[in-house]
Design a protein around this ligand. Sequence first.
Ligand SMILES: NC(=O)c1ccc[n+]([C@@H]2O[C@H](COP(=O)([O-])OP(=O)(O)OC[C@H]3O[C@@H](n4cnc5c(N)ncnc54)[C@H](OP(=O)(O)O)[C@@H]3O)[C@@H](O)[C@H]2O)c1
Length: 331
Amino acid sequence: MNNRQLRLHSRPEGLIAPGDFQLAESQVPELKDGQALARVKYLSIDPTMRVWMAVDSYLPAVGIGEVMRAGGFAEIIESRHPDYKKGDRITGLTGLQEYVIIDASAKQFFQKVPKIPFVSDTVFLGVLGLNGLTAFFGMEIAAPKKGETLVVSAAAGATGSIAGQIGKIHGCRVVGVAGTDEKCDWITKDLGFDTAINYKHPGWKAKLAAAVPNGIDIDFENVGGEIMQEVLNRMNLHGRVVVCGFISGYTKEDPNMVSLGTIIVKRLHIQGFLVLDYVSRFMEAATQLGQWKMFGKIKDRETIVEGLEKAPEAINMLFTGGNIGKLIVKV
Ligand SMILES: NC(=O)c1ccc[n+]([C@@H]2O[C@H](COP(=O)([O-])OP(=O)(O)OC[C@H]3O[C@@H](n4cnc5c(N)ncnc54)[C@H](OP(=O)(O)O)[C@@H]3O)[C@@H](O)[C@H]2O)c1
């Protein structure tokens, strides 16, 4: 059996170029005792992959020639591992490849997921996966109160769309910032955001100001740069800024940062976080997210791209705004 893999060939500058990955093919080795073989069905496409391709961060950069690191959903097809049997379903760091071998050392990077009737496999990469969990814990840090104004950037994306809906559950006035009219319509008409601002329209700054007549109490920040600066300028004194990500800077060598002086003038509380800090509480959060989804309090959406070889283009879609909701590659 052959395993097709995308290996990192060169570190990208700007968007990923065709030669930055190499498609390699090798035989799946014979399983040894203590190993299980899983077929990767879906890959989670995340902005942090562009960071992993370029620099050391909270994880070391992927080495040149290594299989590209990625989250995924896989099914065990053969096992000589005591904890896994054929048919078990797992999520974790599968990498951009068709098959992954799980052994004792890799076990910490995978967890089993249940088969739930009427629930698609892909939710375990989106609303019940790291994006939903990120929104959940980020909003916990934000400590929203009824009547407060929350602004979410990248609001029609996998994380932002859930964070905004959690804000609505807590009774906030929620304003989303997104890059197309279709995205703005989706988050207001389907997800219940109060207002959406298309930051690609001229005059968006004035529209943002008009959308927050009582100022902003919470910024759920996914983007950074100019959008974050505009939001910070309208924060109320002692407002909370939850820094989830700075996607506008990931493809640039010199990211457009915000003026730190605003933090003093507004006496802001700013907290960055990584969802991985909350691993011990994932089950609790996934249970709550699952209930909200089941009762229709949060809705999710996916953009699915077909084919492992399309993964590089899919990563770029995150930076050109080509996805609505969770971006997934079907292997
Ligand atoms: N802290 C953590 O543990 C953690 C975990 C997961 C994700 N994150 C962060 O959360 C953020 C969202 O990630 P996600 O996985 O949910 O991706 P996503 O929001 O589904 O996709 C990224 C979206 O960002 C928007 N975007 C891209 N470049 C932009 C720019 N220069 N200016 C404004 N908007 C831009 C695009 O939408 P538009 O069409 O609206 O531009 C794009 O669709 C990222 O910053 C990511 O790094 C953090």
